[in-house]
Design a protein around this ligand. Structure first.
Ligand SMILES: Nc1ncnc2c1ncn2[C@@H]1O[C@H](COP(=O)(O)OP(=O)(O)OP(=O)(O)O)[C@@H](O)[C@H]1O
Length: 541
């Protein structure tokens, strides 16, 4: 299986002429020989640019490769824009698998004799079908005899094995790319495949997706801006997930949004607000915000609310990441590049030996053109992208969660401007950044820390008298034990010194005894020999 798949991949790469990416002189003799032997596999698309050929090759290799190409399209730090744009066109249109098989998988996972045990109805025709999972609609019977409209997401059968097999082959190709591509070092293909492996394997686990959805729903409980469908966690397993069915308008259906009189300006602003709230308030953000996963509620068009699905990929941030973002954004939008550079050095994000002036000038070179536009039109995502690219050149290891955030930010900005082209991103985002920076300093910060630590102290307080008593009682006793230990150690060290000296004398006396013996002085030899025995006994004690 693996060999035939490997041949199929090689065949595709050769027929799309992707071997030409490696210059002849870089190819080892055995690779050139192998290429000649496969003479019947010619480049069938010589007139197409390389980006198109790469897209077509990935498209024909199937879903795992299509998703890989989609991921590469977001790595604008690695590839030229034409190539990234071409890869962004990849669409994973896969035929659905048999709905009756989906039903059997659900019955197996939920240990049901029949699906009717739990569901009033189940539609074997899928509602949607993607590369990893398929979605079916159903009606769930509730304990109070009500029924709820739900959707059931089912992971494709055998997809795990296919993914693992293709990932192994991708590893092999990544090794070859790292060795033979002229740009192999900079592109870091092994790391890129490694990152993809993590993302795609995470997507196979619907328990993880269910947990993310539950957390996000809790974070936005009662919000006017975002709704996350309820997950029936009792009926969710690694390959099956049951959740509330939503009937929103896809966010890309601008005509339908206008038709129902949606307040587009408010909707666009809320998109940015929801994102910054997730980042700066919750440190937990939906990181797969493509338009297919965002809907708008039909209920209150004047007070529009988003509905988010597919929480398979989320990003989390720690306090350090948030500080990085907030401080850099504020410094950037004040066009204070020196401060940006200094922040990177002071915080240890770039090595201490970095020359601040050089770094500052590099940031200015890539960012100043962005600021030629009015502030309202500037893309935060591009600012971050440029900053990361520059910082990488200055040896900064950009954390994956920040890259995920930068990609999400680009999506959100694109979406916001599509909904309401006059959207002023800076005005919408500024209060979040300033509020966060304010919270980090001064009295509010101290008060928050006290508040955060309060549960710990409240838990420990009743034990305090006991602990104090124990300390007072144990303290002197422990100190005495420690002193004893120290004395013992010192004594051992002294003994070791005596042993070394005695052993040296024993050896010296023995050597002298033998010399004297051979010179004929028997009595002195016996004396020295006896001495050496004496020293040896002392050394052994
Ligand atoms: N709760 C829901 N209510 C109604 N429709 C839903 C719901 N969840 C998913 N769908 C439909 O199923 C489609 C696929 O769902 P989802 O995005 O979760 O699957 P996926 O396999 O992760 O797809 P992709 O990877 O392409 O985003 C959605 O675009 C939507 O049309």
């Amino acid at each position: 299986m693996r060999i035939s798949r490997f041949y199929q991949i090689q065949k595709t790469l050769l027929q799309f002429g992707l071997d030409e990416l490696i210059p002849q002189q870089w190819q080892p003799w055995y690779a050139r020989l192998a290429r000649r032997c496969l003479f019947w596999l010619r480049n069938r698309h010589p007139d197409q640019p390389v980006g198109v050929r790469l897209r077509l090759a990935l498209q024909s290799l199937g879903p795992v490769w299509i998703k890989f190409g989609q991921m590469l399209s977001t790595r604008r730090d690695l590839f030229p824009p034409q190539l990234a744009d071409e890869l962004a066109k990849l669409q994973d249109k896969v035929p659905p698998f048999d709905g009756v098989l989906a039903q059997q998988l659900i019955e197996q996972a939920l240990e049901l004799d029949s699906i009717t045990q739990l569901f009033d109805s189940f539609d074997t025709v899928p509602l949607a079908s993607a590369s990893i999972a398929q979605v079916h609609s159903a009606r769930l019977r509730m304990t109070d005899d009500n029924v709820a409209d739900v959707v059931i997401k089912v992971i494709r059968p055998d997809i795990r094995q296919q993914i693992l097999a293709d990932l192994a082959l991708m590893d092999t190709l990544a090794d070859a790319a790292a060795r033979f591509l002229p740009d192999g070092k900079r592109l870091r293909p092994r790391e890129v495949v490694q990152e993809y492996r993590k993302t795609i394997l995470d997507e196979l686990d619907l328990q993880r997706e269910a947990a993310n959805a539950i957390q996000l729903r809790r974070n936005f409980d009662g919000s006017d801006s975002l709704y996350i469908p309820f997950v029936y966690s009792d009926y969710s397993r690694a390959n099956v997930m049951v959740m509330e069915r939503i009937y929103g308008i896809p966010v890309s259906d601008i005509a339908a949004l206008h038709a129902q009189g949606t307040d587009m300006e408010l909707l666009a602003k809320r998109g940015v607000e929801v994102f910054f709230t997730q980042v700066f308030r919750d440190s937990f953000f939906h990181a797969d915000m493509h338009p297919g996963n965002i809907f708008v509620s039909r209920d209150t068009p004047a007070n529009p609310k988003y509905i988010g699905i597919d929480c398979g990929i989320v990003g989390t941030l720690n306090a350090e990441d948030k500080r990085y973002l907030a401080e850099n954004f504020v410094a950037f939008f004040n066009r204070d590049y020196k401060k940006v550079a200094q922040l990177h050095v002071d915080s240890g994000w770039v090595p201490a030996h970095t020359k601040v002036e050089e770094f500052e000038s590099a940031i200015r070179t890539v960012c100043e053109p962005i600021f030629q536009k009015p502030l309202a039109e500037i893309s935060f995502g591009h600012v971050l992208l440029n900053l990361f690219n520059t910082a990488r050149r200055f040896e900064m290891q950009v954390q994956p969660q920040l890259v995920l955030l930068q990609k999400t930010l680009l999506y959100i900005e694109g979406l916001g401007r599509q909904l309401y082209p006059q959207l002023d991103l800076w005005k919408t985002a500024k209060p979040f950044l300033e509020n966060w920076v304010k919270q980090q300093v001064g009295l509010p910060a101290v008060w928050r820390q006290i508040k955060d630590n309060l549960p710990f102290w409240a838990e420990k307080l009743p034990q305090m008298p006991n602990l104090l008593h124990q300390y007072l009682e144990q303290g002197p006793k422990q100190q005495r034990q420690l002193l004893q230990l120290l004395t013992q150690l010192q004594q051992q060290q002294a003994r070791a010194r005596v042993q070394i000296v005695s052993a040296t004398f024993a050896a010296a006396s023995l050597i002298s005894a033998s010399i004297v013996f051979f010179q004929g002085s028997m009595a002195l030899a016996v004396l020295l020999f006896a001495g050496s025995i004496g020293f040896a006994i002392k050394a052994l004690n």
